[in-house]
Design a protein around this ligand. Structure first.
Ligand SMILES: [Zn+2]
Length: 248
């Protein structure tokens, strides 16, 4: 009896792996070990940047997934520190992928349906209702339209805010997808363009791009005068600029 009891205890010691699995989030494979422990313990290990997590054996798997999604920026930051990460992987626009909206990570859920195309947000999910057998390109375009529509709704409010701060006035704005620029400004026509990808970034980062483009109405070139203005209106703009390449 005594011996059995000891064996049992040994069997379930906090170091014993009860079961293992692998979870993939945003193309990062995370080795999961379930143990008789109380707290989730996440590690990014040098030199490879391998991600591993120990979790209570009876944890709800969706809870764990959501927790890991919320930590994905932290994981990436540590991986970048540890090793030189390869370039970001291409998205497939399938269920289970992580996609960003206004700086927050969402789990993508793709539902094939006969009813009309629709994209909607829940607290932690972007759900896309798409036609049956839609291609990756179609799904990408559907999500692009969602981003574009939302940026189109948000941009006027932010533009108005920064027009007041900077003391300029635009005639129009537009949204388009470009590979090379986050925004641009036609000084003569007083028209600004914003990249639809900005919808993935935190609002402050979108505001930085808008402020940058509006400052061009005071100074066309990227010279000292331009950056003096920008610093005057948005002192910590460099912080936001650095964030532009995250959240994708
Ligand atoms: Zn510029």
């Amino acid at each position: 009896m005594q011996k059995n009891q000891k064996e049992k205890e040994a069997k379930y010691s906090s170091r014993t792996i009860i079961s293992k699995t692998e979870i993939e989030i945003d193309n990062i494979k995370i080795a999961v070990e379930f143990k008789r422990i109380k707290k989730v313990n996440l590690k990014v290990q040098p030199p490879s940047g391998k991600v591993s997590v120990s979790a209570p054996f009876n944890i709800d798997i969706n809870y764990l997934k959501n927790l890991l999604i919320s930590k994905i920026d932290w994981i990436k930051k540590h991986q970048e520190k540890i090793s030189n990460l390869p370039k970001k992987a291409e998205k497939e626009y399938i269920s289970g992928e992580t996609h960003y909206f206004l700086g927050k990570a969402f789990l993508l859920e793709v539902l094939e349906s006969k009813s009309r195309i629709k994209v909607f947000l829940n607290s932690d999910k972007i759900t896309m209702q798409v036609p049956f057998r839609s291609s990756k390109e179609e799904r990408e375009r559907i999500l692009y339209e969602f981003y574009k529509l939302n940026l189109k709704k948000l941009a006027p409010v932010l533009i108005l805010k920064w027009e007041k701060i900077i003391g300029v006035k635009t005639n129009a704005f537009g949204i388009r997808k470009t590979k090379t620029r986050w925004g641009s400004c036609k000084v003569v026509s007083k028209r600004i363009w914003l990249n639809s990808e900005l919808a993935k970034k935190p609002v402050e980062v979108i505001e930085y791009v808008i402020a940058h483009e509006l400052v061009h109405l005071l100074e066309r070139h990227h010279n000292k005068r331009f950056y003096d203005f920008l610093t005057q209106f948005l002192p910590n703009w460099e912080k936001y600029k650095a964030e532009l390449n995250k959240y994708d």
